[in-house]
Design a protein around this ligand. Structure first.
Ligand code: GYE
Length: 371
């Protein structure tokens, strides 16, 4: 019954959001630091469903607080869904979900809220890579194990495990693919524009460093690099200004996630710049969510470097190991694929000595994708 109510609440919320243009706002999903606050703001159905009192009353459920980044991208939606699917009551969990709406101060307070509620475990997807040691010490003092997913925490090791991706390798892979592609096409000069993700996020830092390392190695020109905040609107805004400032000067656009790429494509359409396999500009993205892979298949995006959002099953395994008194691995890397529109840059690329296939996106590949 509770579940039905929260489902109804969720659909009512979705309808009302749809009615005001389909975009979520900070008011509706805002920086609710505790599930109580989240309930009053109707922030998420999970939060509405999972009050601490229920967690205690439900006895043997394991209570997990998840401090999520926000709702900025399709990748993020897939990550949230993965956690909600795995940490369900049916699976023995009581999930307290917090959407920090990309506000790192709110995310720290959300973690503190979880400590106050006495949760059994805390999952953090850190918005930014630094500023964590104090709150992680508070978690340690409270005896609550922390599991970090996706982005890294770079200034503290007071967590049990991290599950995520090697973002620098993603950037390196993007660069090495571009080299092979440009060679195959006889393109000798690269003038690139980079639309970065959110400032201070390890995903941004790694992808930027990886691509820059390859650009420096081959003497490419990075004309500009600006944050689009991992959103479609941000990508569009940055690309609109790039189209004005660098008209006729660029032949590569690197978007650090799929949603920014959608925005960049809109901006280039408006500016009359052609891109993709038949265009003047090579456009590349990271994440490889289904809607973006569709664009790769149609030749509108030249390549897409996957970032796998399905960390939750690994986190559950870690929690089960802790419950059994075992010591989980400190770092777990997700498996990811590199996707391309055309079969012309070779069959694979090698990054840090590891060779990985380039997958040409077909309908069959698309159909087999889980997110
Ligand atoms: O690429 C982007 C999201 O942290 C890897 O965050 C994640 C990034 C992902 O908003 O779409």
């Amino acid at each position: 019954m509770k579940k039905l109510f929260s489902l109804l609440l969720a659909s009512a919320l979705a309808l009302s959001l749809g009615a005001c243009g389909g975009s979520t706002t900070s008011e509706s999903t805002g920086s609710a630091a505790t599930s109580e606050a989240a309930t009053s703001e109707a922030a998420t159905s999970e939060a509405a469903e999972s009050t601490p009192a229920e967690g205690e009353a439900s006895g043997d459920l394991i209570t997990v607080g998840f401090a999520q980044v926000g709702h900025e991208s399709d990748w993020r939606t897939a990550s949230t869904k993965s956690a909600q699917d795995i940490f369900s009551e049916a699976n023995g969990y009581n999930l307290l979900f917090n959407d920090a709406d990309n506000d790192s101060a709110a995310q720290l307070e959300a973690v503190r809220g979880f400590i106050q509620q006495g949760v059994d475990y805390i999952i953090i997807d850190p918005i930014v890579a630094t500023g964590w040691d104090t709150v992680l010490t508070e978690c340690e003092d409270a005896g609550i194990p922390v599991i970090v997913i996706d982005r890294t925490i770079d200034d503290s090791d007071k967590y049990v495990s991290w599950v995520g991706s090697n973002f620098k390798d993603e950037g390196l892979a993007c660069g090495e693919w571009l080299k092979a592609y440009a060679d195959a096409k006889g393109i000798t000069e690269i003038n690139a524009l980079v639309i970065e993700g959110s400032t201070g996020a390890s995903a941004t830092i790694g992808r930027t460093e990886g691509f820059k390392e390859v650009a420096d190695k081959y003497g490419w020109n990075i004309l500009d690099s600006q944050s689009g905040d991992f959103t479609e609107a941000g990508g569009q805004e940055v690309m609109e200004s790039f189209c004005q400032s660098y008209a006729g000067q660029f032949n590569v656009v690197i978007c650090q996630n799929d949603n920014e790429a959608f925005g960049a494509m809109t901006a280039m359409d408006t500016a009359g710049v052609t891109y993709g396999v038949d265009g003047d500009v090579i456009i590349v993205s990271f994440d490889a969510n289904k809607p973006a892979l569709q664009e790769v298949m149609e030749g509108n995006l030249n390549a897409n470097f996957e970032c796998n959002p399905m960390a939750a099953p690994f986190v559950e395994e870690i929690i089960q190991q802790l419950e059994a008194g075992e010591t989980p691995e400190k770092e777990i890397y997700m498996e990811e694929s590199w996707f391309v529109a055309e079969d012309i840059a070779g069959e694979s690329i090698t990054v840090n000595g590891v060779e990985q296939p380039l997958v040409v996106v077909t309908q069959e590949v698309l159909d087999a994708r889980p997110y």
